[in-house]
Ligand binder design. Structure first.
Ligand SMILES: Nc1ncnc2c1ncn2[C@@H]1O[C@H](COP(=O)(O)OP(=O)(O)OP(=O)(O)O)[C@@H](O)[C@H]1O
Length: 370
């Protein structure tokens, strides 16, 4: 833990933290933003809002436009269409292109980008050149203390561990008191143990400061852990922006369902308010036109039922995986075996009966397979 210890626990997201530190987190609005590079559409008609103090994760695969979005917000690039507003100020779009240094936006990248020939203190002071030397030093030392590295002020970046370097980068990004902090895969170069610790501590610093922040990541678990909401992107477009729980429980498409947690996919038939699948039938809760549908199931939607009920399957494989047991079950009509946990006592070759449970069953038009 690199935070300076406080007697009270850090406040939750939002204004409380802002009041404590005197920071005023910004509201960010991105409206219909598009950006093309030659023939490549990097972003297409993306709209997002970040309330003050919220932490948003932008989640997506490589090349889906995450970094482009951050560059446009920071002012390192300009949108071809749409606009970006910070509070009531339009900073980009419709003829406006406010320079990065006046937007109040901080940036933190995965490669830390610390200057190797400058001390840790000088690195943190770098963005404080508008202050007197004395004031800049005081602020930089304060930021370093917040990340638990005041005693390394005179060290050079080359002597720091990856986690320490990332903490210095955080102190530097926060030194000018940005109103929005943008983090572009900041933890991806750290080893697994350090990553978790630095991530938790970074989150605590942001919460404590009530800082609005956007984290870009391709790691769904990281997005879930770090953010209040997740903006899921695909090929330059925003697929869904919601809490992790909503994304898990009410995905907008099979792609969104796959993004967070395991799913099993299959064809089904909707008819008269009922859904028929290779794993049995279920009443449909939402109005669904009759016809072929794409069904996505969370693992918890598949139940093992007493023999003689449900749909018969056959255990292909049984594996011990620590706290639970995993079985692969073959079911007629399914392309691939089902992987289930919390298995009964069966062994490979045994029969097993399966049924559908309420909840965790998502039905999409058959054409919407992605
Ligand atoms: N300066 C540029 N010139 C040309 N094409 C670009 C430029 N910047 C981005 N692109 C293209 O725009 C698309 C989106 O790139 P972007 O870097 O925003 O994706 P990303 O989701 O951040 O990817 P990664 O996770 O790999 O960093 C990609 O197809 C990329 O090749």
């Amino acid at each position: 833990m690199f935070l300076r210890r406080r007697t009270a626990p850090p406040p939750p997201a939002g204004q409380d933290g802002a009041a404590k530190t005197g920071l005023s987190p910004a509201r960010l609005d991105i409206r219909g933003v598009s950006r093309r590079y030659g023939r490549t559409p990097a972003l297409e008609d993306v709209s997002l809002s970040l309330p003050p103090g919220e932490i948003l994760a932008v989640l997506g695969r490589s090349g889906c436009g995450k970094s482009t979005l951050l560059r446009l917000i920071a002012g390192l690039d300009a949108p071809d269409a749409g606009e970006i507003r910070i509070d009531d100020r339009r900073v980009a779009g419709r003829g406006r292109d406010e320079p990065p240094e006046t937007r109040g936006v901080g940036l933190m990248f995965q490669d830390y980008a610390l200057f190797p020939h400058l001390t840790v203190l000088a690195n943190v002071r770098f963005g404080l050149r508008h202050l007197s030397s004395r004031a800049a030093r005081a602020v930089a030392l304060e930021r370093l203390a917040e990340v638990g590295l005041a005693d390394r002020a005179d060290s050079y970046p080359g002597t720091l561990s990856g986690g320490e370097a990332q903490r210095v980068a955080l102190a530097r990004a926060l030194a000018p008191r940005p109103r929005v902090l943008l983090l572009d895969e900041p933890f991806s170069n750290l080893d697994a143990g350090t990553r978790e610790r630095v991530r938790a501590d970074t989150l605590a610093v942001l919460r404590q400061g009530g800082i609005s922040a956007i984290l870009v990541t391709h790691d769904a678990a990281e997005a879930v852990e770090f953010a209040d909401r997740i903006a899921l992107m695909r090929e330059g477009r925003l697929v869904q922006c919601d809490t992790a729980e909503r994304l898990y429980r009410a995905p907008a498409s099979p792609f969104a369902a796959r993004a967070l947690g395991d799913i099993v996919e299959m064809e089904g038939l909707a008819s008269g308010g009922r859904l028929t699948t290779p794993l049995g039938t279920l009443a449909l809760t939402d109005p669904t036109p009759d016809g072929s549908v794409r069904v996505c199931l969370r693992p918890e939607a598949i139940r093992i039922v007493p023999r003689g009920e449900g749909v018969p399957g056959r255990i292909l494989r049984r594996r011990f995986v620590g706290a639970s047991t995993r079985i692969d079950v073959e079911v007629a009509g399914l392309d691939a075996p089902l992987r289930l946990t919390a298995a009964p006592d069966g062994i490979a070759g045994d029969g097993v009966a399966l049924g559908l449970a309420e909840g965790g069953v998502f039905v999409f038009p058959a054409a919407k397979s992605s």
